[in-house]
Design a protein around this ligand. Structure first.
Ligand SMILES: Cc1ncc(COP(=O)(O)O)c(C=O)c1O
Length: 478
């Protein structure tokens, strides 16, 4: 398919497609392409936004229209589009060695160098890296390592895994079962329920209204303790926790919650897994946020997304010397039966190395502390709008929750699809934001400058105001 030359069509961007090509993509999309999380009937009706190119913080559609990518792909294009350093590293590695078998006894240089680099960036004694193909497989494999470890050290009864309501840990059958988003619990799917137990979501916006933040934190910690005592710590393998819950609606836990729940896990000999698939690699201004922001020292940290800025699919986890030692010392030795054809893929690892080098060269974490704080401040000012119930998040990981009534926090009925309406207006204004029920997730590339942040918030404000007019015309709000 030919990409239309911008010189031929004057004002159109170089990523625009000819009318025939664009039409053919739409037909093929409707007939053959089953998207992620598809809604089958609406896929027949909806015309996808065909994205054909990207530069910096922007993407372009088939007509050449430019959009500020307020989702950073899917929380992943941290260093923005069109970064030649990453593209060249990918091309060079693909020419030299496009693939290498990941089994014991064979190694490829990018995978080894990346593992070393991650060990140097991860807190304290997290020194051992296992690579997978994305975030779901990272969490899935981390859990398998935990099962292996607990059994090897003579505690095979430690089988329960604790997670939270509104958690998201992935889309394999196991990690979907760890997740706690009510809308994800399709009655048509079977989940693994025998070893998963959940506790409350640390959602400050929806906590009982007569509680202070500190009291809510005490409540959550005691609830977790009660769950541990109910199941028996001798039966619990691990607690999986995102430092800030992402897909559940960017839920920032109460102050000290992460540290205190981690301390509880230590007290009861339960492994603490920080799912940093979103929060690692710069989104919160650190390569890993667990220790730097939340004062936890996890036994395992899982990562994906931002490690390659989305240029290649890659995930994995980094685990502690303590776990490693138990596995090394085990008698008799047993193999850890877990791996993927594409574990430690040399091209993906080369992309990650180039991405991390770029992050360091451009001091992106310092930029996030500065520009991300400004982003947060500008978005929080949207709280004044009629339907904006809550603006929450941290740096470049934000969410706006819309409500029918601010004082009572009464939610919109799900069929209103308020997040979708806002996203549609934003898209008209050249801004892509992710709808999630009555929420909109805002997770742009980390390279945004102040001018782009001003544009972003202006478009978001306008999109919400247009939504208010639409809802008022439909008599949904006054
Ligand atoms: C916290 C968290 N964990 C795991 C995953 C799954 O990652 P992937 O989609 O790469 O499998 C995601 C994806 O959004 C995530 O947000």
């Amino acid at each position: 398919m030919a990409v239309t030359d911008s010189f031929e069509i004057g004002s159109l961007n170089k990523f625009a497609l000819s009318g025939n090509d664009a039409a053919a993509i739409h037909v093929g999309d409707q007939r053959h392409y089953t998207h992620a999380w598809p809604s089958f009937r609406s896929a027949q009706k909806a015309r996808s936004l065909v994205v054909t190119g990207g530069e910096g913080a922007y993407v372009y559609d088939a007509q050449g229209k430019r959009y500020l990518d307020g989702m950073g792909g899917l929380w992943c294009v941290n260093m923005g589009y069109g970064r030649n350093e990453i593209v060249e590293a990918i091309a060079e590695q693909a020419r030299a060695l496009p693939y290498c078998n990941p089994v014991d006894g064979l190694a490829n240089a990018p995978a080894v160098r990346l593992a070393e680099k991650i060990a140097s960036l991860a807190p304290d004694d997290l020194n051992h890296v296992f690579f997978t193909c994305g975030g779901s497989t990272a969490n899935d494999s981390a859990l398998r390592l935990i099962q292996f470890y607990q059994s090897i050290r003579g505690k095979p009864d430690k089988r329960f895994v604790l997670t939270r309501l509104r958690a998201y840990h992935g889309s394999t059958i196991m990690t979907a079962s760890l997740g706690g988003n009510p809308p994800d619990r399709s009655p048509h799917l079977r989940f693994i329920t025998d070893i998963v137990r959940q506790v409350s979501s640390p959602n400050l916006y929806r906590m009982p209204c007569d509680m202070s933040e500190a009291a809510f934190c005490d409540f959550l910690v005691e609830e977790l303790r009660a769950k541990i005592l109910e199941l028996g710590s001798e039966n619990i393998a691990a607690f999986f926790a995102e430092p800030i819950l992402g897909s559940g609606g960017v839920i920032v836990p109460p102050k000290d919650y992460n540290r205190r729940t981690w301390e509880l896990c230590k007290e009861y000999d339960i492994l603490y897994v920080a799912d940093e698939v979103i929060t690692a690699f710069g989104r919160l201004g650190h390569f890993f946020s667990s220790n730097a922001m939340f004062e936890t020292q996890p036994d395992i940290i899982t990562f994906a997304k931002g490690i390659t800025s989305g240029y290649q699919p890659l995930g994995g986890f980094v685990f502690s010397d303590a776990i490693h030692k138990v596995l090394v010392d085990a008698e008799p030795q047993a193999a850890f039966i877990n791996g993927y054809t594409y574990s430690g893929h040399p091209v993906a690892c080369a992309a990650a190395l180039a991405n991390i080098e770029l992050m360091e060269k451009e001091n992106i974490c310092a930029h996030v502390h500065n520009a991300g704080a400004y982003f947060e401040k500008r978005l929080r000012a949207l709280s004044d709008l009629q339907i904006v119930g809550d603006v929450r998040g941290s740096y470049f990981m934000m969410c706006i929750e819309s409500v029918m009534d601010k004082s009572s926090k009464q939610p919109f009925p799900p069929n209103v699809g308020v997040g979708d309406i806002i996203a549609r207006h934003a898209s008209d204004l050249g801004l892509i934001v992710r709808p999630l029920g009555s929420m909109n997730i805002l997770s742009p590339p980390l390279i945004l400058n102040r001018e782009q942040i001003d544009d972003f918030t202006l478009s978001m404000s306008e999109a919400i105001q247009r939504t208010q007019i639409e809802l008022s015309a439909a008599n949904i709000i006054k």
